[in-house]
Design a protein around this ligand. Structure first.
Ligand SMILES: *Cc1c(COP(=O)(O)O)cnc(C)c1O
Length: 407
């Protein structure tokens, strides 16, 4: 851990080593020719897209060559714009709609000039992007997301052929991908995923045959990669698994994913509380004995859910300290009754990177009655993200760094 930051302020530590390890776990689940598109939307699920993309592109692992993945995907053009410079193809997942409303046109123009792949689900959107690309004097990379059962976005199967014809009629568009998204990939017993895959293949087989086969088909998120390997196709789209969180929502020893994120804060105060005294808003917690209550400078505005109130634990000296009372906006109180040697300045673990810890991401998700995705992607911008191990020296730059240290 970086001594400069120590335990002086709340921080999320991002382990590059764990991230690259997880890419390896995903890679080993794939056939030789299947590409990986790393999903880095929502600031890399709260892990900081700057750190994550830098680690994926500039650090190598287990002898593999950087970049460790073949493409990146984000939700919006704004998110693509915020990525650090990188050599990878970038996909924007949110379908283009209302291209001529507000500042959309400028954003699409920027995306086209940047070479990012835009997602199309309607002929109208295809026409709009074609026009913008013509004006820019560039060919726009586009892909189609096909709705095979999620029924959220995506073109319906019976409009797919028409949309492909429309795209092919525009010289300023280049169709480079066809995708679909599973509604039940994490549920290995639900046959809907099989049905979705079957429909997707049947509707698209025609378009990916032929001599120069440049249209890449992709369907699998993390769950599908592990539970429905036949869905891996030309490319997979893992998100949660890269961050070391099992798509099944609990740790699985067959897939040794390593959580990438650890969230800590300093203990900034301790007070003695007499038996019978109440702590926090609404007097919801009452001391059952004389005890000490610790103050942690993290609250629901940081993404530490108010639902953890009187339910969750934080770790001090590796021991569980129950949350005492209501989590407030900027602060949380914990019962230090079992941790007699805790003192101000000690490090408190808020979200542990050990999947079996009492403060693991799986436990936090359970306390808040949600899924780990929401727990990590909600960690707020006020919490500083700090990259750790391997050290700050990217692959191939060791010598430069050594020179710097000498001078
Ligand atoms: C977010 C997202 C993914 C990644 O899903 P995980 O379950 O996190 O692996 C894949 N595909 C699409 C279209 C997505 O929106």
């Amino acid at each position: 851990m970086d001594a400069r930051h120590g335990a002086s302020e709340p921080a999320v530590y991002i382990s590059r080593a764990a991230l690259l390890h997880n890419v390896g776990v995903v890679r080993r689940a794939l056939g030789e020719s299947t590409k990986i598109c790393a999903i880095v939307k929502a600031d890399a699920y709260g892990h900081d897209a700057q750190i994550v993309v830098d680690a994926l592109c500039n650090f190598s692992h287990e002898g593999a060559e950087a970049p460790m993945v073949d493409a990146l995907a984000v939700a919006s053009i704004d998110e693509a714009t915020a990525l650090p410079p990188n050599p990878l193809p970038v996909m924007v997942l949110r379908p283009v709609e209302n291209a001529f409303v507000g500042r959309q046109r400028a954003a699409i123009d920027h995306a086209v000039r940047s070479g990012w792949t835009l997602t199309l689900c309607s002929a109208a959107a295809a026409n709009d992007v074609a026009r913008i690309a013509m004006h820019a004097g560039k060919r726009a990379n586009v892909q189609i997301m096909v709705d095979t059962g999620m029924r959220r976005s995506g073109v319906c199967l019976n409009h797919l052929d028409e949309l492909i014809l429309r795209i092919e009629s525009h010289p300023s568009l280049r169709l480079c991908g066809l995708g679909t998204h599973f509604a039940t990939a994490e549920d290995a017993s639900n046959p809907l995923a099989v049905e979705q895959l079957h429909q997707f293949r049947a509707a698209t087989d025609l378009y990916v045959r032929g001599a120069e086969r440049t249209i890449r088909r992709h369907a699998a998120n993390s769950g599908a990669i592990f539970f429905w390997p036949e869905s891996q196709l030309d490319m997979v789209r893992p998100g949660i698994s890269l961050y070391g969180i099992d798509p099944a929502g609990k740790p699985n020893l067959n897939r040794p994913l390593r959580p990438v994120l650890k969230w800590t804060a300093p203990l900034i105060g301790i007070r003695d509380v007499k038996r019978g005294a109440t702590v926090g808003y609404g007097q919801t917690w009452k001391a059952g004995r004389d005890t000490r209550v610790g103050l942690v400078p993290v609250g629901y505005a940081d993404g530490y859910s108010r639902r953890f109130s009187n339910r969750g634990v934080m770790l001090v000296h590796g021991k569980a300290a129950p949350i005492a009372g209501i989590v407030s906006m900027d602060m949380t109180t914990i019962d230090l009754g079992e941790i007699s040697d805790a003192k101000v300045g000690d490090e408190v673990t808020i979200l542990d990177n050990d999947p079996l810890s009492p403060a693991s991401v799986y436990m936090l998700a359970r306390w808040a009655e949600t899924i780990p995705y929401e727990v990590v992607s909600r960690i707020g911008p006020r919490v500083k993200r700090i990259a750790i191990n391997p050290s700050e020296i990217p692959a191939g730059e060791e010598e430069d760094a050594a020179d710097l240290q000498e001078s």
